[in-house]
Design a protein around this ligand. Structure first.
Ligand code: XMP
Length: 326
């Protein structure tokens, strides 16, 4: 019988058997999946777990603070935050191809983890246990869509599946590999992960890096962060968070169009709103958001983000469009 309790019991036993007395590190992204994976591993092996959050500079406004406040406060887990903005921006400089971006982000992630591993081992001293395991919140749809499932096409390299380098120095612990999102949420609630995390909408590991169509720069990230914060704020204010699966906000950085703002001509960038409704992200429909909410978001973004002079709505289902633009 599928119940959250059974999944927890099975996975706790499996994790204990796999990990033994080794130390384990977990990539905590701030999303539901990695939080629930971490909580499961903590249940299984307690203090052998250290969580690492890589601040790759591709997060949305306020997210790093949220990880520190919500998750650590509720679980008491050991957390290291690594500020790696420079490293990621440098590695991504000049790159606009989506799969190349994803592979670079995946590769740098693992390198940062290997650094963290060395630090944890050094701190533990010569009698400390080795860190041999890396926990990832990979879900079943990630496995399928990265070409890991039987007969599946490789649609995108999700950074926590297809984008790993070949010379990986860790064994992976992936306790959510057979689960869908709603099942992960049920398991998380049963484990006592706070509701603000469990009900959070999905956000991709490569973050805003795959929501800028074109090259990623600090300036473009800042434009997108401001537009995204406005969209999220207005959707929450309108009470729509539970009606949409997620709403990517995308900056078309290589596209410019003519507008008129204030008393002059502008030549700015479009922002795309991509609200979707879905059960499991494998398929999705575009969400029919109320016009007045769309209107408020559009007005605020074009008023408050100077570089943006047009807001457009993506009305494509999946398939044929994927949820993210890259
Ligand atoms: P797509 O764009 O493939 O997205 O329709 C399906 C779901 O997966 C999320 N997504 C990712 N999640 N790492 C993740 O952890 C990734 O690399 C990644 N790419 C897409 C996306 O936000 C949507 O919920």
């Amino acid at each position: 019988d599928w119940t959250p309790d059974n999944v927890i019991a099975d996975q706790v036993a499996a994790i204990k058997a796999q990990v033994g007395s080794s130390r384990v590190i977990c990539a905590l992204s701030g999303g539901v999946d990695s939080a629930v994976a971490a909580a499961l591993v903590q249940r299984a092996v307690g203090d052998q777990l250290t969580c690492v959050h890589v601040d790759h500079g591709l997060m949305r406004a306020g997210e790093v603070e949220q990880i520190e406040n919500d998750f650590v406060a509720s679980t008491g887990v050991n957390l290291i935050i690594r500020n790696e903005k420079e490293r990621f921006l440098t590695a991504l400089a000049g790159v606009s191809d989506p799969e190349t971006k994803r592979k670079i982000i995946g590769r740098e992630f693992i390198r940062v983890f290997e650094d963290a591993q060395r630090e944890i081992v050094a701190e533990a001293g010569e009698h400390g246990e080795e860190v041999k395991f890396l926990v990832q919140g990979t879900l079943y749809p990630d496995v399928v869509e990265s070409g890991g499932g039987e007969g599946a096409a490789n649609i995108k390299s999700h950074h926590n599946v297809g984008g790993l380098p070949d010379d990986l120095d860790f064994s992976l612990v992936e306790p959510l590999r057979t689960l869908f999102k709603d099942e992960v949420r049920a398991v998380g609630r049963e484990l006592g992960v706070p509701e603000e995390i469990v009900s959070r909408q999905p956000f991709p590991g490569p973050g805003l890096g795959i929501r800028i169509v074109g090259e990623i720069t600090e300036e473009r990230l800042e434009i997108l962060r401001r537009a995204d914060a406005i969209a999220r704020e207005e959707l929450t204010r309108a009470g729509l968070d539970h009606e949409i699966w997620q709403c990517p906000v995308v900056l078309l950085a290589d596209v410019r169009s003519v507008g008129v703002q204030g008393d002059g001509r502008t030549y700015g960038h479009p922002i795309v709103l991509r609200p979707v409704s879905s059960e499991d992200a494998m398929t999705a429909d575009w969400t029919r958001l109320p016009y007045d909410v769309l209107s408020t978001i559009s007005t605020r973004i074009t008023n408050e983000v100077r570089e943006v002079n047009r807001v457009v709505l993506d009305v494509t289902s999946k398939p044929p469009g994927t949820i993210e633009w890259e």
